[in-house]
Structure formats: structure tokens, C-alpha cells
Design a protein around this ligand. Structure first.
Ligand code: NAD
Ligand code: MG
Length: 375
């Protein structure tokens, strides 16, 4: 019997890569549900090819038989009875409710949508515990960690070192970075991804989000989650064990491998779709410390992580607003970090143990961010 899969955000970078993986694994998986935000044309083409039982378009669309519309379609797709695995490839906070619902319904969530683990880490991990669902990371660094720790108990794990490409501005002078254009920020050196995460990679906010993601996924304190800049993006993460031994997972950058592993974990299945690793072709691998002055938003994210409560929620919300404004041409690149700093400074700390508290912090931070960014 093949395993039923729902893909939330099927028209995005992660969604399209997931369908590419599934096209090579048709005997193991079948697509039960697809959802997208507004790209009705691509969604219709995907639906014609995969014939899922459920198709949902958040923004407009007609609610005919088997077709959902509005934000409710995400939860409907994620909790469909024939779905065992939900690939959450939605960008931003919009993916939260569907992740919570899927975990409460006991499903596996193959999670690319890291923003929701950052904004509501306690709630998401609790939903998994209480509902019997499991969170399997799609993010390449966290997939690397999961692959390295497979079979080891939490007490054997000492430290994680996540790698960061450093983004397009790693070698730029600081003054020039603050005035970088949208086109420059979207020119990622090693990965081809959606716009929001590409900007997050240029600010290194993406890595701060990933540090928080790692904390909630693997239960380590923040002092034990380190980051190193590795421009070639070949080593995805290092895992140090209590005896001092270090394992790493390596490969040419592609999301198809971590997506496939999230679907089959803990098993591995044959797949000939991705470029096989070749150390000679990979060439020299280099590692550098993160230069704090180049990436001010990274430090803000780490500080929010350590502060805990709703601080990560606020950090994520302020960043989502600032990045959206930057992509619209509304603010300069340097204003992203300034906006996040101001919002964190003016937000009152709170516990993040109820959905109401998290959503209130998220809403307030978005409002503050709009004010801070444009004043
Ligand atoms: P993308 O912009 O290419 O795609 C986003 C998808 O989410 C689209 O299908 C869109 O329809 C859907 N979406 C957007 N807003 C929505 C809303 N309000 N309601 C419902 N659906 C909505 O983004 P992406 O690069 O695929 O990234 C998706 C997530 O995966 C992000 O959280 C990102 O950080 C994470 N991620 C991506 C990559 C990558 O290689 N692209 C790697 C690691 C992690
Ligand atoms: Mg990543």
C-alpha cells in the first residue's frame, strides 16, 4: 500500500521539489492533497497530473467538489483521512494551524516551514507529543543532524554545528550591504529557493531561525547549537557526541535528498534522481566564523532565542514584515535588521505556552514592525 501525502505550498520551491521526488517514487507514495496560495494555473496543472482527492487554493478559487478555498483548506488538506505525511512547504506564519492540526491528528509533518517552529516551538512540539504526530525536518541542516543522530539517545549528543553559506554579501564591505538591491539580495551563491528565504540567507536571519528550529527539534540548549560559515554548502551540519566524536552529512546542495529522507525516515530507499557526491568535484571546503558585524540580524535572532517566551515569535514576525517591505522596494536592505531590533526592544516579554499568547505577540510585532520600518 502506498503512503498518502499532502503537500502544502505545492507551487513553491519546496512543493515543486517534493513533486519531483514523488515522480520517482510513485510505487511508494501517492498524492492525496495539494494546496497553494494564489498560483491557480500551476496548481491546476499539478492537479491534472497527480489527480489528488483534495485541492485547495487559499486565495480565491471555486469551492467545487474536492476543491477547497480560503485558509481553511490548509487544515482540511493536512487532516485528510488518507494522508499519513504532510509536507509543509508554506512560507511564514500561515503554516502554523495546519502543522498543529496534522500533529494532533497523529500525522508525520515533513516540515520545511521553519517559521512556525520558531514562532510557536513549545506549542508545536506539545501538539506532536499529545497527538502522536512526529515532526521530521526538511531543512537540509536539520535533516543532516537527524541522519547523524539516528539510533543515538539524547544523552549522547553534545553539540550541533550548522553550516551557513554566508549568502551573497559575505565578501562585501558593511556599508555597501546596507544599500544592497532586491536583485542583489536574491542572487544566492549556492541554493535556488523562494524569495523570502533567499533574503533571510542574505541577512543570516535564516540561520538564526534554524538555531531555534534545532533547539526545538533536538532538545539542545542554545549554547550547544553553533553556526559556521561554509560557502560551498557541501557539509550540511556537524554533530558532536559526548565522547568528542563528530559526524557530518555531506552532499551537493539539493533539497530533493532531505525531502526524500523526511518521507522515508528512518529508512532509506533507492533514488537515482540527485547528483551523486564526488569529493574531487566538490573541491576545497572552507569554514569561517560568523562575522557578527556583517549580519546584525543574526545576533538579534540568537538573543531572542535565549530570551525565550514570545521573543522568537516577535523576531520572526518582525522579520517577515521587514522582508516583505524590502521585497516590495519599501525599505533598504539595512533597515531589515534595524526594524527587527526596534520591535524586539519595544515588545513586552511573555510566555509562549498558549496559541492566544503566540498569536497576540505575532500580531502586535507585525504592527510594530510596519511602524518601525517606515518611520
Ligand atoms: P516559496 O515562496 O517558493 O513557496 C511558498 C509556498 O507557500 C507557495 O506554494 C505558496 O503558494 C504557499 N504560500 C505562501 N503564502 C501562503 C499563505 N498565506 N497561505 C497558504 N499558502 C501560502 O518558498 P520556499 O522556498 O518553497 O520555502 C517554503 C518554506 O520552506 C519556507 O519556510 C522556507 O524557509 C523553507 N525552506 C525552503 C528551502 C528551499 O530550498 N526553498 C530550504 C529550506 C527550507
Ligand atoms: Mg536550511
Amino acid at each position: 500500500m502506498s503512503v498518502g501525502v499532502a503537500i502544502l505550498g505545492s507551487t513553491g520551491s519546496i512543493g515543486c521539489s517534493t513533486l519531483q521526488v514523488l515522480a520517482r517514487q510513485r510505487d511508494r507514495f501517492r498524492v492525496i492533497a495539494l494546496t497553494a496560495h494564489s498560483n491557480a494555473e500551476l496548481l491546476a496543472r499539478q492537479a491534472a497530473e497527480w489527480q489528488p482527492a483534495y485541492v485547495g487554493l487559499v486565495n480565491s478559487g471555486k469551492g467545487e467538489g474536492g476543491r477547497g478555498k480560503g485558509p481553511e483548506c490548509l487544515v482540511e488538506a493536512a487532516t485528510h483521512p488518507d494522508v499519513r505525511i504532510v509536507v509543509n512547504g508554506i512560507v511564514g506564519a500561515a503554516g502554523l494551524e495546519a502543522t498543529l492540526a496534522a500533529l494532533r491528528a497523529g500525522k508525520r509533518v515533513a516540515l520545511a516551514n521553519k517559521e512556525t517552529l520558531v514562532m510557536a516551538g513549545e506549542l508545536v512540539t506539545r501538539a506532536a507529543r499529545e497527538g502522536g504526530g512526529e515532526i521530521i525536518p526538511v531543512d537540509s541542516e536539520h535533516s543532516a543532524v537527524l541522519q547523524c543522530v539516528a539510533g543515538r539517545g539524547p544523552t549522547e549528543l553534545a553539540r550541533l554545528i550548522l553550516t551557513a553559506s554566508g549568502g551573497p554579501f559575505r565578501t562585501w564591505p558593511r556599508e555597501r550591504i546596507a544599500a544592497a538591491t532586491v536583485a542583489e539580495a536574491l542572487r544566492h551563491p549556492t541554493w535556488k529557493m523562494g524569495k523570502k528565504i533567499t533574503v533571510d540567507s542574505a541577512t543570516l536571519v535564516n540561520k538564526a531561525l534554524e538555531v531555534i528550529e534545532a533547539h526545538f527539534l533536538f532538545g539542545l540548549g542554545y549554547e550547544a547549537v553553533e553556526v559556521v560559515v561554509h560557502p560551498q554548502s557541501v557539509v550540511h551540519a556537524f554533530v558532536e557526541f559526548v565522547d568528542g566524536s563528530v559526524l557530518a552529512q555531506v552532499g551537493f546542495p539539493t533539497m530533493e535528498l532531505p525531502i526524500l529522507y523526511a518521507l522515508t525516515h528512518p529508512a532509506r530507499v533507492p533514488d537515482a534522481g540527485t547528483r551523486r557526491f564526488d569529493p574531487v568535484a566538490a573541491g576545497s571546503l572552507t569554514f569561517e566564523a560568523v562575522e557578527a558585524e556583517l549580519y546584525p540580524a543574526y545576533g538579534l535572532g540568537r538573543a531572542a532565542a535565549t530570551a525565550g517566551g514570545t521573543a522568537p515569535t516577535v523576531f520572526n514576525a518582525a522579520n517577515e514584515i521587514a522582508v516583505a517591505l524590502f521585497l516590495e522596494g519599501g525599505i533598504p536592505f539595512g533597515r531589515i535588521a534595524q526594524t527587527i531590533a526596534r520591535v524586539l526592544d519595544t515588545s513586552a516579554p511573555a510566555e509562549a505556552d498558549t496559541l492566544e499568547a503566540v498569536l497576540a505577540a505575532d500580531t502586535a510585532a507585525r504592527r510594530l514592525a510596519r511602524e518601525a520600518a517606515c518611520s
